[in-house]
Design a protein around this ligand. Structure first.
Ligand code: NAD
Ligand code: UDP
Length: 345
């Protein structure tokens, strides 16, 4: 129980996962202050959050690399904890523009941690990724699986994980959670917030959703010759609302402990192939989703899914939403988004 409302600074809170987590935090009784430079999100998400929860989150438009701004934010607000989502996340782009990725993700995190240290705010929940496991040597992936990176994006996540570990070891009082997400999909059931990729979606589900609405003609299935049951890639897809609940559980865990370095997977423990995902989306939407098998995407792994036991043991958290719910919610969001875009034209 929270007696007086604690304030969580949510960097990247206007984005896909940050916006859903903001809703979950508000519903759990926290006050939220979002810091986002809107490089991959729209300010309209703030009104949508307020419609859902009845409470507008605080919002500062700005960059996590802006030292003076960070000092001002920590000086002017009593921040109890930070959830750090802000960053760039497109794997392909990270190979084309590695320095932007090191600047945003590594330098940005460094600036944020230094500002937290100056302000004596020592609780942070960080968005890491299952990409830090590299090519799986065994499945399911446990948190102790060796880490490696196959692209600059993955490397930025590894570096920040290490930075957090060193910081935690260096000074008493830091409570750090490194949450390794598997494949977040879906949207809020209201259809008011969801994933809004700019341009051609890189990820499977947003692409499938756009084929279902007719915005794109067919899904390109990247390889059907993997060593998986139907030959297509297998991933652990998790509803973004379950992921958001996982963050609230991780923060609650940090608040109960001192000097904690928590590293947990946030996944469902189940894998689904590309073809299974297309079939599930067709079922949820009632639309046909044409597809074509094409060559493998360079750098893709065949399959991965999470070991979820540690998260359950420590946080008492497990993902509960089904694949149908993920697809139905993503479909509702995609349709309402189509309406918004059409109205805006
Ligand atoms: P997103 O792009 O929707 O959200 C990121 C937000 O951060 C955006 O609103 C963007 O405007 C903001 N931002 C980026 N750089 C910033 C900066 N320098 N200063 C201030 N704001 C900045 O992405 P998402 O899917 O919500 O991902 C959130 C986090 O989770 C990222 O760190 C990402 O790497 C990580 N992650 C995402 C996935 C996924 O599949 N979506 C998987 C694993 C990890
Ligand atoms: N995928 C695909 N077509 C697409 C996008 C992705 O076949 O247009 C496949 C991809 O090869 C992988 C799975 O879908 O097997 C999930 O890809 P995504 O990019 O969503 O997540 P990640 O590869 O980061 O796990």
């Amino acid at each position: 129980m929270i007696t007086e409302k604690e304030t969580v600074l949510v960097t990247g809170g206007a984005g896909f996962i940050g916006s859903h987590t903001t809703v979950a935090l508000q519903e759990a009784g926290y006050r939220v202050l979002i810091l986002d430079n809107l490089c991959n999100s729209d300010v309209a998400v703030l009104d949508a959050i307020a419609e859902i929860t009845g409470e507008a989150p605080g919002f500062i438009e700005g960059d996590i690399r802006d030292r003076a701004l960070l000092d001002e934010v920590f000086a002017n607000h009593r921040i109890d904890a930070v959830m750090h989502f802000a960053g760039l996340k497109a794997v392909g782009e990270s190979s084309a523009e590695p320095l932007s990725y090191y600047d945003n993700n590594v330098n940005g995190s460094l600036q944020l941690l230094q500002a937290m240290q100056r302000a004596s705010v020592r609780t942070i929940v960080f968005s890491s990724s299952a990409t830090v496991y590299g090519e799986p040597q065994s499945l399911p992936l446990t948190e102790s699986h060796p880490r490696s990176a196959t692209n600059p994006y993955g490397h930025t996540k590894l570096v920040v994980e290490e930075m957090l570990e060193s910081l935690h070891a260096s000074e008493a009082g830091w409570r750090v959670a490194r949450l390794r997400y598997f494949n977040p999909i879906g949207a809020h059931g209201s259809g008011r917030i969801g994933e809004a990729p700019q341009g051609t979606p890189n990820n499977l589900l947003p692409y499938v959703a756009q084929v279902a609405t007719g915005r794109r003609t067919e899904v390109q299935v990247f390889g059907a010759d993997y060593d998986t049951p139907d030959g297509t890639g297998v991933r652990d897809y998790i509803h973004v609302l379950d992921l958001a609940d996982g963050h609230v559980a991780a923060l609650a865990y940090c608040r109960r402990t001192h000097n904690e370095l928590l590293t947990v997977n946030l996944g469902t423990g189940k894998g689904h192939s590309v073809l299974e995902m297309i079939a599930a989306f067709e079922q949820a939407s009632g639309k046909q989703v044409p597809y074509k098998i094409v060559a493998r995407r360079p750098g893709d792994i065949a399959q991965c899914w999470a070991d979820t036991e540690k998260a359950y043991r420590l946080l008492g958290w497990r993902a509960s939403r089904t694949l149908s719910e993920m697809c139905e919610d993503a479909w509702r969001w995609e349709q309402s988004r189509g309406g918004v875009e059409a109205a805006g034209k």
